[in-house]
Ligand binder design. Structure first.
Ligand code: HEC
Length: 149
C-alpha cells in the first residue's frame, strides 16, 4: 500500500539499477561533480521501449500497469485502490459509454489510441500524454473494458 508507485513499466531493469547506484553516490557528490556527470550525454534513452506483444492483451498485466502509470490519481477505476478523485471521469461503466472523452467511438482500438496519445486525439485535453507503450495500452484497455462491463 505504499503511495510510491513502482517503476517497472517506465524504466528498464538496467535503468533502475543505474538510478540506485546514482542515489548511492549522490549524498557525497559536489555540485561541480553533479554538473560534470549531468552534462555528459546519457548512455541510453529514458523513453520506455515498446515490447512487441506476441500474445493477445493481458488484462491482469493491464491492472498492474494502471497502478504503475498512477491513472488512479485522476480516475476512479473499478478494482484499483486509489483516492476519491474527480479530476478525470470515473472509469466504471466505460464499456457502456458510446464515446471516449466525448470524441472517439468507444472500442478497444480507439481506447488504445486515446491512452497512448490523448493530446493528439483531443489537443489541450486535461488528460496528459503519459508515454504509454502500445503493449501497456492494449493491456490496460483490456482490463478497463472488462472491469467496467
Ligand atoms: C492528470 C490527470 C489524469 C491522468 C494521470 C490520467 N487521466 Fe485519463 N483523463 C483525465 C481527464 C481530465 C479526462 C477527460 C478528458 C476529456 O474528456 O477531454 C480523461 C479521460 C480518460 C478516458 C476517457 C473516459 C471517458 O469517460 O470518456 C480514459 C479511458 C482515461 N482517461 C484513462 C486513463 C488511463 C488508463 C490513465 C493512465 C494511463 C489516465 N487516464 C491517466 C485525466 C487524467
Amino acid at each position: 500500500m505504499s503511495g510510491m508507485p513502482a517503476w517497472g513499466f517506465h524504466l528498464q531493469e538496467r535503468e533502475i539499477w543505474d538510478i540506485v547506484a546514482f542515489l548511492g553516490e549522490l549524498p557525497a557528490m559536489t555540485p561541480r561533480a553533479y554538473q560534470a556527470a549531468a552534462g555528459k550525454p546519457a548512455p541510453f534513452g529514458l523513453a520506455p521501449v515498446d515490447k512487441i506483444a506476441t500474445t493477445g492483451p493481458d488484462h491482469r498485466r493491464g491492472k498492474l500497469a494502471l497502478t504503475q502509470y498512477a491513472c488512479q490519481s485522476c480516475h476512479m477505476i473499478p478494482g484499483v485502490t486509489g483516492p476519491r478523485t474527480f479530476v478525470g471521469p470515473d472509469l466504471d461503466g466505460l464499456a457502456q459509454r458510446p464515446l471516449l472523452a466525448g470524441t472517439l467511438p468507444r472500442n478497444e482500438a480507439n481506447l488504445v489510441r486515446w491512452l497512448r496519445a490523448p493530446q493528439e486525439v483531443k489537443p489541450g485535453t486535461a488528460m496528459p500524454d503519459l508515454g504509454v507503450t502500445e503493449r501497456d495500452a492494449r493491456d490496460m484497455a483490456a482490463y478497463l473494458l472488462r472491469a467496467s462491463e
